[in-house]
Design a protein around this ligand. Structure first.
Ligand code: SF4
Length: 91
């Protein structure tokens, strides 16, 4: 997570008082694990995951967001987009 990102700074976010580096793109496996654990306690986890889908690739692709690592976010977006296009083809 880029804590300088103005896009998602919910006042109830569990990461607001957490060690920022855990959520950064520089995080090692231990930091990522700690960040993901904090996300699981977050009252705005679902809102954060929705933000991940809405945000452009340019504003955030690295670090932990919504309880997901960078690679998990990429897979999550890919799956969501595939489902969205599949629904559009049915309609
Ligand atoms: S889900 Fe994680 S990254 Fe998102 S606001 Fe909550 S603690 Fe922060």
């Amino acid at each position: 997570m880029n804590l300088n990102d103005p896009g998602f700074k919910h006042p109830k976010a569990a990461c607001l008082n957490a060690t920022p580096v855990y959520f950064s793109e520089r995080g090692d496996a231990t930091w990522v694990k700690r960040a993901k654990k904090i996300c699981q306690t977050c009252p705005v986890l679902e809102e954060c995951k929705q933000y991940v889908l809405r945000a452009s690739r340019d504003t955030m692709v690295y670090g932990v967001w919504g309880g997901m690592s960078s690679s998990q976010i990429k897979a999550y977006r890919k799956k969501h987009n595939a489902e969205k296009w599949a629904m559009a083809e049915v309609a």
